[in-house]
Design a protein around this ligand. Structure first.
Ligand SMILES: *[C@@H]1O[C@H](CO)[C@@H](O)[C@H](O)[C@H]1NC(C)=O
Ligand SMILES: *[C@@H]1O[C@H](CO)[C@@H](O)[C@H](O)[C@H]1NC(C)=O
Ligand SMILES: *[C@@H]1O[C@H](CO)[C@@H](O)[C@H](O)[C@H]1NC(C)=O
Ligand SMILES: *[C@@H]1O[C@H](CO)[C@@H](O)[C@H](O)[C@H]1NC(C)=O
Ligand SMILES: *[C@@H]1O[C@H](CO)[C@@H](O)[C@H](O)[C@H]1NC(C)=O
Ligand SMILES: *[C@@H]1O[C@H](CO)[C@@H](O)[C@H](O)[C@H]1NC(C)=O
Ligand SMILES: *[C@@H]1O[C@H](CO)[C@@H](O)[C@H](O)[C@H]1NC(C)=O
Ligand SMILES: *[C@@H]1O[C@H](CO)[C@@H](O)[C@H](O)[C@H]1NC(C)=O
Ligand SMILES: *[C@@H]1O[C@H](CO)[C@@H](O)[C@H](O)[C@H]1NC(C)=O
Ligand SMILES: *[C@@H]1O[C@H](CO)[C@@H](O)[C@H](O)[C@H]1NC(C)=O
Ligand SMILES: *[C@@H]1O[C@H](CO)[C@@H](O)[C@H](O)[C@H]1NC(C)=O
Ligand SMILES: *[C@@H]1O[C@H](CO)[C@@H](O)[C@H](O)[C@H]1NC(C)=O
Length: 836
């Protein structure tokens, strides 16, 4: 299906305001489209009820065709005369045009699309399917695909939901695209326009459900005013076939309803939930159901009353059953106060331990929602062993589109390849092919329900996620929820055409950047299965390997002077390997058969342990961090090569983020390398770690109004120290004589940008100003901020091609603001082509 050769050097007229709000639904004009495709004369949408997705399909077809072909077609609800684009359900089509055999194999939400013959036929098994077919047709046209053909498409799994971790006050837990589109000041927002626009985006990627509030759920959502608000939200999403659902706080009967208990087996509690549920369904008759996080990270749950998790889930299941609702019950249940001094303790064991004896005890409309790995959305984890453990329970996979541990949309990390590794993983249940994707769809264990939940966390920012390029992840999430066999690169190529147009260089470049992005991020964050070595206690953004250990959260590395890794073997460790089916368990039990990229997940080894590559563990750490950061530098030049080929608005927005990532990848690299170098005292064979010939440490300059500051964690500062102004009202000056040979240099300055102030800086050579900037990244990047000098706030600014004479006076003037004391770490004079 490659028809693009028909359109050789086709350049798309770039729409004016490319602020990202239309995402991949821009319907940019396809020049000369009419030459390749004779459009039918009208649109027939076989339902004129405004809340019907079929009606929506008619409107969307009209809008899309107007954009792509610059032609206005009328939408009718019936019509037989002239050629038409007909969209409707099987039933409606049969009634109007007579029975038709082609649709027999359609399943719920599936569609049939035919562009052969006089009419274009878009027929859904249900109304939602018809809308999906309309989006498919428009997507083909927008990509310049004008082929004549017919085909059916059915979903791989019935549940294709997003989860949004929005709080009632309008903040979003782990959201990086601005505040909530759903809530404001404790209530459902008055303005639900953006929610409707989001439902449209979701429908176009065949998402059929959305949980709109944080799994850490606030009981006030159940107030009469908020239930009315839920009704308004559901009303604007219904035309897109997106069903609304909510997260619940388990203790609501007590903390909100005034009962003395929230024991799931207490009849008054049961009655309270039944009544509350009926009240909500009265306003939202098609509510998807509830998502429940219970007995996890301090949240209440049934264990408080010595009831099982199944008792808890089934209480809700009974309440929603008469309304056709589903309960998504999170398997993310663990004790966050486990003691690291016990070698056998392991948070990764928790899900299987909590759920294995409950298999078969959940009601039929309960789905256990399992995070892809046993810990928590790390840069690499093995598939959760719970997938192959539950045989008599419906399950779904929880993925994160919002990259909490993967750069928070300030680093480019295309996630489809990561998700596919998990979805394609063969759990070998009963020594038979048992891919995760076929377990969650219900096929493998013959379950009635299943699918996926993607934590997205869109915000009010016009880009939705804070970053234009990050939207490929949302697009890919929808694509894989529908068809997990879809190819990561094909998905990207499609998304790029729809988002940026037809330029081959744009496409090749974004594909290259995206496909290198996860491996690069893994290289400079945490390798060999050690997890993302971020600060797990604070923001989950920058490096802080020490934070993994010495606390009850159980994301341990067990790193000491000689060795590192979690011993999850059965023979000597936590026994976690034994939670997998025998074939897989054997592979992970044995260090020889464990893949290198999970070595430290399953084994505790010396830093000198040799990998299959022949390198030692520690040398692999050093090398990978250099490699990953080097790759991140290339993203800047790759993106630069697209200047003039992408509209300026998005070009600049993306460039800003790539430059940030390039700088922050060096922070990661140096921080992790310094940490393990310091701990193990094993030198880097290539002599890079701790050896930076192009740097001038700020603390070595002569300081006036500045003082030396011991940064914590120490390894997030070059040479372990930085400088800060002596008070928060003193202007600081740091000067030194340039010791480098005369020539042109890129001058890079590493500094810390904290929230709570906007310091300003000026750098000069012999009183000639080289550059000036402010510490205002908190307004420009959406990642979780920091109030400290650390790996989250550490960043770099570069002034390129500066002519320098040996002996020049380098001067940096820093003016503090608020709590930001104009902190500086070091200055690098980088000869052409060097980045350090
Ligand atoms: C038209 O759409 C409405 C709303 O979705 C639905 O209730 C009705 O059954 C549909 N009518 C037909 C004939 O499909
Ligand atoms: C729940 O929401 C209410 C209203 O916004 C707020 O006052 C309260 O602090 C929230 N509770 C928690 C635990 O966040
Ligand atoms: C509602 O929100 C939309 C989208 O953000 C905006 O365009 C519109 O002006 C808002 N309407 C009102 C009444 O504020
Ligand atoms: C859920 O309710 C319990 C009990 O009132 C409360 O402690 C907890 O903070 C609530 N969770 C949220 C996220 O509001
Ligand atoms: C049922 O719930 C509604 C809304 O929460 C409340 O107004 C009503 O009093 C409840 N009825 C009973 C019998 O508890
Ligand atoms: C739960 O069981 C434990 C131990 O069997 C007991 O000490 C505790 O009192 C019980 N709690 C409740 C709420 O019944
Ligand atoms: C962890 O276990 C060790 C050894 O049993 C004990 O000494 C220590 O007090 C425990 N720590 C905590 C926080 O319970
Ligand atoms: C969107 O976010 C970017 C930074 O992430 C910011 O510069 C911009 O002002 C935001 N725009 C809106 C409309 O929120
Ligand atoms: C076995 O476990 C002990 C802790 O109980 C640990 O110190 C030791 O290194 C482990 N041995 C091997 C070979 O991994
Ligand atoms: C690991 O290192 C320790 C400390 O140097 C040493 O005693 C031990 O023999 C080493 N183990 C292996 C398997 O090399
Ligand atoms: C910079 O300017 C100051 C004040 O004007 C002057 O005293 C000093 O000599 C100048 N330094 C250089 C290197 O030109
Ligand atoms: C300086 O810092 C102090 C303490 O953090 C704070 O109270 C004060 O407002 C700050 N001054 C300025 C000018 O921001």
């Amino acid at each position: 299906m490659r028809f693009f050769s028909l359109l050789p050097a086709l350049l798309v007229g770039l729409a004016t305001a490319e602020d990202g709000s239309q995402a991949w639904l821009r319907y940019a004009p396809v020049p000369n489209a009419n030459r390749y495709h004779s459009l039918p004369l009208s649109i027939v949408a076989l339902n004129s009820t405004k809340s019907s997705p079929v009606y929506t399909a008619g409107q969307e077809l009209q809008k899309g065709i107007k954009g792509i072909f610059q032609e206005q077609l009328n939408v009718n609800s019936a019509g037989k005369g002239s050629s038409s684009i007909i969209v409707g359900t099987i039933d409606a089509y049969s009634k109007a045009y007579g029975d038709c055999d082609e649709f027999k194999e359609l399943e719920d939400d599936g569609f049939y699309l035919s562009t052969e013959g006089r009419d274009v036929k878009i027929i859904g098994k249900n109304e939602r399917g018809a809308l999906y077919g309309a989006f498919e047709y428009l997507s083909r046209l927008a990509q310049g695909n004008f082929a004549s053909d017919s085909y059916l498409a059915n979903p791989h799994a019935p549940i294709r939901w997003t989860n949004e971790w929005d709080n009632m006050d309008g903040s979003i837990e782990r959201g990086y695209g601005g505040p909530s589109i759903f809530f404001q000041n404790g209530y459902v927002a008055d303005n639900v326009t953006r929610a409707a626009e989001y439902a449209r985006l979701l429908a176009s990627i065949r998402i059929n459900g959305i949980i709109i509030n944080n799994v850490n759920a606030n009981v006030t959502l159940l107030s009469a005013r908020n239930i009315e608000g839920l009704g308004r939200l559901a009303d604007v999403m219904r035309p897109y076939g997106v069903q609304l659902g909510i997260s619940l706080n388990f203790s609501s009967p007590q903390s909100f309803g005034g009962l003395s208990s929230y024991d799931p087996l207490d009849p008054s509690v049961d009655a309270w939930w039944t009544n509350t549920t009926n009240t909500i369904y009265k306003r939202v008759p098609d509510m998807a159901g509830y998502l429940v996080k219970a007995n996890s990270e301090g949240q209440p749950g049934p264990l408080t009353y010595n009831r099982t998790l199944a008792d808890g889930a089934n209480m809700f299941a009974r309440a929603v059953k008469p309304h056709g609702g589903v309960i998504m019950f999170r398997a993310f249940v663990y004790d966050n106060h486990i003691n690291e001094s016990n070698w056998k303790n392991d948070r990764a064991n928790a899900a299987v331990e909590f759920f294995k004896d409950l298999d078969g005890k959940f009601d039929e409309n309960v789905v256990v929602q399992i995070k892809y790995g046993p810990i928590d959305f790390q840069v690499r984890e093995p598939a959760s062993p719970l997938f192959s453990t539950l045989r008599n329970t419906s399950t779904s996979i929880e993925l994160q589109v919002t990259p909490e541990y993967l750069g928070q949309n300030c680093h480019l990390v295309y996630l489809a390849p990561l998700w596919k590794e998990i979805l394609d993983f063969d759990t070998r249940a009963d020594n038979k092919s048992s891919k995760v994707s076929n377990i969650i769809s219900g096929q493998r264990f013959k379950r009635p329900l299943g699918g996926s939940a993607g934590v997205v966390n869109v915000g009010t920012n016009t880009t939705w996620l804070g970053s234009h390029l990050a939207m490929s992840n949302l697009y890919a999430y929808g694509a894989l929820a529908w068809d997990p066999s879809a190819d990561s690169v094909d998905i990207l190529r499609e998304w790029i055409r729809l988002t940026f147009g037809f330029d081959e260089k744009v496409s090749d470049t974004i594909i290259e950047m995206s496909m290198k992005s996860w491996p690069a991020y893994e290289n400079y964050s945490g390798n060999l299965g050690i997890q993302t070595l971020t600060d797990i206690i604070y923001t989950h953004f920058g490096p802080n390997p020490a934070s993994q250990d010495g606390n009850g959260w159980g994301q341990w590395t067990r790193a000491d002077k000689f060795s590192i890794g979690m011993d999850r073997t059965v023979k000597n460790g936590t026994g976690n390997a034994g939670q997998y089916s025998p074939e897989v368990a054997q592979r992970y039990e044995n260090i020889e058969t464990t893949p290198d990229n999970l070595l430290l997940w399953f084994h505790h080894v010396n830093y000198t342990q040799k990998l299959k590559s022949g390198k030692s563990v520690i040398q692999h750490f050093y090398d990978a961090h250099y490699e990953g950061a080097a790759t991140a530098q290339t993203f800047v030049s790759l993106w630069e090569s697209l200047k003039g080929k992408v509209d300026e608005e998005r070009y600049n927005h993306i460039m800003f983020r790539q430059v940030f990532q390039a700088g922050h990848s060096l922070v990661w690299r140096d921080s992790i390398n310094q940490f393990y170098h310091n701990l193990s005292e094993i030198p880097d064979e290539a002599k890079r770690v701790g050896n930076h010939p192009y740097r001038i440490e700020a603390e070595k300059m002569s300081l006036d109004g500045y003082k030396t500051y011991a940064v914590n964690p120490f390894h997030t500062a070059s040479g372990y120290t930085a400088i800060v102004t002596t008070t928060n009202s003193t202007t600081g000056t740091a000067t030194t004589t340039v010791p480098f040979d005369s020539g042109a240099y890129d001058i890079a300055i590493n500094y810390y940008d904290l929230i709570g102030g906007k310091a300003s800086y000026e750098v000069s050579l012999n009183n000639r100003t080289i550059g000036a900037w402010r510490g205002d990244l908190e307004d420009k990047l959406g990642h979780a901020p920091s109030i400290y000098l650390d790996g989250h706030s550490a960043t770099r600014i570069t002034f390129k091609g500066v002519e320098v004479t040996k002996g020049d006076t380098l001067k940096i003037v820093g003016r503090p603001d608020g709590i930001e004391p104009a902190p500086i770490d070091y200055v690098s004079f980088l000869p052409p082509g060097v980045v350090d």
